[in-house]
Design a binder for this molecule. Structure first.
Ligand code: NDP
Ligand code: HSE
Length: 429
C-alpha cells in the first residue's frame, strides 16, 4: 500500500489523541483511506519536555522549517492552538502545497476567508471538523447531510469546559474553581481558560456554524457574549426551584433575513434533553425547514473524541473529497445578512435582587416592571435578614431593552441593594 507522510504541529491533548488513534486503528484507517499513514515529524515548543508517549528522537522537532521544507510531507495537522504561530504555519504549509487539517476555532473564526483563499490558490484542501464540538461531526452535517434545508435555528451546548463546570456545580455541589481545575486536568480547557469561561470559545464556534448554516460571513465580534463567571450556587438553587437547569447556550436564529446570534448562560427546562447534557458532552439542536428538529450529542472535548474528528479529516483528504469549505468560498455580497442588535432580542428572564426587607419594595418593583411592559410569571421571596433579603422573578417574554429600562429604575429604589443576577430563559417553544 502506498505510504503518505504527514506532520503534526503540537503534541498536547489533541496531538497525542491523534497519535493514539493512528496507532490503535491503523488497519481500519489503511483500509478506509487506501494509504499507509506515516507521521514523519511532530512539531513541539519544548523538545526536552518529558512526555507520556515515547517517540523516536528524530520524529520530534522545534523547527517548523523541518516540515515546510520536506517535500515528502503532504498533510500538515495543526494542533498548536491560539492565534500566534498557528496561522502563520498553516499559511506557510499551504504555500508549500501541503493540505491542512486543524482544530483551531479561533483561527477559523477570525481568518477563514484569507485561509480558504490561499487553499484555493494553492489547490490544497483545508479541513476543520474538530474546531466545533470536538467529536461531533457537525461541520459535515451542515455541509453535506443538511444541504436540502433552510436552517432556521441552531441551539448548542458547544463548550465542554463550561458544561463540565456547570454540571459539577449543579450535580456535585463543588465550587466553580474546583470544577474548572478538574476540567483543565482532564485536558478540556484551552491553554488560557478565559476563552472557555468568558464565552469566547463558544462565540468562535457559533460564528463558524452560523456562517456555514446561513451562507453568510459572520463576524464573531457581532455576537452577543456573556460567560459563566458570575453564575453562583444561589442561582443554581433558584434554577432548580423554578424547574430549570443552567447551561451555557450558543444560539443562532434566522428571521426575516436577520440573524440573532448570542452566547450566554440560560435557564433551560430540566425536562428538556439539553438539560441532561452533562460533563464535557456537547449537544447541538438544529431546526431545518425540511428535516424539522435534529439533535447531535457527543463528547465536545478531550484527546480521543477530538482526535477522532481530526483523523477523519485526514482520511477525507486522502480520499480526495471536495473541500468542505467550498460552499463558503462561494458566498458573495448578496448573501449578506444583518445581525440584530442584542437590545432588540426577546427572552423570558430570571432576575434576582438583593433588597432590604421593608414594606412596599415588592409592590414598587412589580410596578416598575409593569410600567415597562415586563410581565411577571412568578416571584420567590427569601428573607435571611432585614437588611439582606432576596427577590427572584421569572418574567414572560420581554425585550432586552425593557428589562434594562426596568432595572435601571429598580436599582434606584431606596430599599433595593443590588441586582445580583439576570439570566435569560430558553424554553425551546
Ligand atoms: P495543548 O496546550 O494541550 O497542546 C499544544 C501543543 O502545541 C503542545 O504540544 C505544545 O508544545 C505545542 N506548541 C505550543 N506553542 C508552540 C509553538 N510556538 N511552536 C510549536 N509548538 C507549540 O493544546 P490542545 O491539544 O488542548 O489544543 C490544540 C488545539 O485543538 C487548539 O486549537 C484547541 O482549541 C483545539 N481543540 C482542543 C480540544 C481539547 O479538548 N483540548 C477540543 C477541540 C479543539 P509542548 O508540548 O512542547 O508544550
Ligand atoms: N476548550 C474547548 C471546550 C475544547 O472546552 O469545549 C473543545 O473545543
Amino acid at each position: 500500500m502506498e505510504k503518505v507522510k504527514i506532520a503534526i504541529l503540537g503534541f498536547g491533548n489533541v496531538g497525542t489523541g491523534v497519535w493514539k488513534i493512528l496507532q490503535e486503528n491503523k488497519k481500519e484507517i489503511m483500509k478506509r483511506s487506501n494509504y499507509d499513514i506515516e507521521v514523519a515529524k511532530i512539531l513541539v515548543k519544548d523538545i526536552n519536555r518529558k512526555r507520556d508517549i515515547t517517540l523516536p528522537k528524530e520524529m520530534l522537532t522545534d523547527n517548523i522549517d523541518d516540515i515546510i521544507n520536506d517535500e515528502s510531507i503532504k498533510i500538515v495537522v495543526e494542533l498548536i492552538g491560539g492565534p500566534g504561530v498557528a496561522k502563520e504555519y498553516m499559511i506557510r504549509a499551504m504555500r508549500a502545497k501541503k493540505h491542512i487539517v486543524t482544530a483551531n476555532k479561533l483561527v477559523i473564526a477570525n481568518w477563514s476567508k484569507e485561509l480558504f483563499k490561499i487553499a484555493k490558490e494553492e489547490n490544497v484542501l483545508f479541513y476543520y471538523e474538530a474546531s466545533v464540538a470536538g467529536g461531533i461531526p457537525i461541520i459535515r452535517e451542515i455541509n453535506e447531510s443538511l444541504t436540502a434545508n433552510k436552517i432556521q435555528q441552531i441551539t448548542g451546548i458547544i463548550n465542554g469546559t463550561t458544561n463540565y463546570v456547570l454540571s459539577k456545580m449543579t450535580m456535585d455541589g463543588i465550587s466553580f474553581n474546583e470544577a474548572l481545575k478538574e476540567a483543565q486536568e482532564k485536558g478540556y480547557a484551552e491553554a488560557d481558560p478565559t476563552s472557555d469561561i468568558d464565552g469566547y470559545d463558544a462565540v468562535y464556534k457559533l460564528a463558524i456554524m452560523a456562517s456555514l448554516s446561513f451562507g453568510t460571513e459572520v463576524d464573531h465580534d457581532c455576537i452577543y457574549r456573556e460567560g459563566i463567571r458570575n453564575i453562583s450556587d444561589i442561582d443554581i438553587e433558584y434554577a432548580k426551584q423554578f424547574g430549570y437547569t443552567i447551561k451555557l447556550l450558543a444560539i443562532a436564529k434566522q428571521e426575516d433575513n436577520k440573524l440573532e446570534l448570542r452566547v450566554h448562560p440560560a435557564f433551560i427546562p430540566s425536562s428538556h434533553p439539553m438539560a441532561n447534557v452533562n460533563d464535557a458532552y456537547n449537544a447541538i439542536l438544529i431546526k431545518g425547514n425540511a428535516v424539522g428538529e435534529l439533535m447531535l450529542y457527543g463528547k465536545g472535548a478531550g484527546d480521543l473524541p477530538t482526535g477522532s474528528a481530526v483523523v477523519s479529516d485526514i482520511i477525507s483528504i486522502l480520499r480526495n473529497n471536495v473541500a468542505p469549505n467550498d460552499a463558503k468560498n462561494e458566498i458573495d455580497k448578496a448573501d449578506f445578512k444583518e445581525v440584530k442588535k442584542s437590545c432588540d432580542n426577546e427572552s423570558e428572564f430570571y432576575i434576582r435582587l438583593d433588597f432590604k426587607d421593608k414594606a412596599g419594595v415588592l409592590g414598587d418593583t412589580a410596578k416598575i416592571f409593569g410600567n415597562n411592559d415586563v410581565s411577571i410569571v412568578s416571584i420567590t421571596q427569601d428573607v435571611e435578614h432585614t437588611t439582606h433579603a432576596t427577590l427572584a422573578f421569572i418574567t414572560h417574554k420581554s425585550s432586552e431593552k425593557n428589562i434594562k429600562k426596568s432595572l435601571d429604575k429598580i436599582i434606584k429604589l431606596e430599599n433595593v441593594n443590588k441586582v445580583e443576577s439576570i439570566i435569560r430563559i430558553e424554553s425551546f417553544k
